[in-house]
Design a protein around this ligand. Structure first.
Ligand code: UDP
Ligand code: MG
Length: 322
């Protein structure tokens, strides 16, 4: 992992925004609020609840909790737009010098936030919470998550923080980049890794849900995985038909020449040509997607210029080599 490159340094006094996306969390939200406010009482902070179109008592509960807590405020979506959209809305709303995104179901311990802030104050731009163990999650979920993060890292050729969700602290500079990418389908954790700002992590034990059931249905999980691969620019899926097509054509030539059988080589050759054509189309589509996605081709971390003052010898040197 990279060494910390001190950002300009958080302004003092600073304040931290804490964003909680919520979808039907009536069973746990009150407890989350109590634990969170206790955990961050010594930090200058604001709490932002984003109600992602809950259909239970979550919003009335949020209204009550924000009414009682001067540091809390909330936004409510017109319907369920999904966890990533709720995180993005939180980033847009937040005006802190750093922003922490944390799940509302107590699987992410709020007590970790002050430790994340400590790392931020040391100069890290991104502080992610990395899951050591996951309590109360199915073997299927653990296995698919383990495999998916590794697949994503290898297919997108981008650094991907392994076993890390969206429980992170982001410096204002990073927030401004990812919140203004303008992508309609943001894959937050991928976008953060893509910025490449100095990132460190803190290990933690992931608890079981504080109450209620997971709100990430299989359909939502699949949509998230797809959007991660797409936004990360994974090219293999669109390139695969080209590889298969080329291999099939080569095999067709082999069968035609060695086997002296045009009849047997023709179907293989036709399949190869079709597959290649799909690959070429995919390649163009991929190019168009990247262009439309419109991410900047690079991000500058810092600039440096000479602080040495020109000496008397400098003008002569310039003349000599002019
Ligand atoms: N969530 C959301 N919108 C959704 C699904 C989930 O805002 O459509 C929130 C949810 O309330 C929680 C966080 O996203 O605060 C993570 O969801 P969940 O705990 O259900 O996912 P899991 O931990 O099971 O992956
Ligand atoms: Mg959860």
């Amino acid at each position: 992992m990279a060494t910390p490159v001190p950002h300009e340094g958080p302004p003092r006094p600073y304040h931290v925004s804490i964003v909680l996306p919520c979808f039907n969390e009536e069973e746990v939200l009150e407890r989350t609020h109590r634990r969170l406010t206790r955990a961050v009482r010594d930090l200058p902070h604001e709490i932002i609840y984003v109600d992602d179109g809950s259909t239970d008592q979550t919003w009335p509960l949020i209204e009550k909790l924000t009414g009682e807590t001067p540091t809390a405020r909330a936004v409510r979506f017109s319907r369920n737009f999904g966890h990533q959209a709720a995180c993005l809305a939180g980033l847009h709303e937040a005006d802190g010098d750093a922003v922490v995104v944390i799940d509302a179901d107590l699987q992410d311990p709020p007590e970790l936030i002050p430790r994340m802030v400590e790392q931020w104050l040391k100069g890290w731009s991104v502080v992610s919470a990395q899951r050591n163990h996951r309590q109360g999650e199915t073997v299927f979920k653990k296995a698919t998550a383990y495999a998916y993060y590794r697949l994503l890292a290898s297919l997108t050729h981008q650094p991907v923080a392994l076993d890390t969700g969206d429980f992170r602290l982001l410096d204002r500079k990073v927030v401004d980049f990812v919140a203004n990418l303008g992508e309609s389908e943001l894959f937050l954790r991928g976008a953060i890794s893509w910025t490449g700002f100095p990132e460190t992590s803190i290990g933690y034990e992931r608890d079981a849900r504080g109450g209620g059931e997971t709100k990430y249905t299989l359909r939502k999980m699949l949509a998230l995985s797809r959007s991660g691969l797409l936004a990360g620019g994974a090219a293999l899926p669109v390139r695969l038909p080209s590889y298969i097509g080329a291999a099939s054509l080569a095999a067709a030539v082999g069968v035609g020449v060695a086997g002296r059988s045009l009849r047997r080589a023709t179907p293989l050759g036709a399949f190869g040509i079709q597959s290649l054509a799909c690959g070429v189309l995919g390649e163009y589509l991929h190019g168009v997607f990247r262009q439309v996605q419109g991410r900047p081709p690079y991000l500058v971390l810092e600039r440096v210029r000479s602080t040495a003052r020109p000496t008397d010898a400098t003008p002569e040197l310039v003349e000599e080599y002019a």
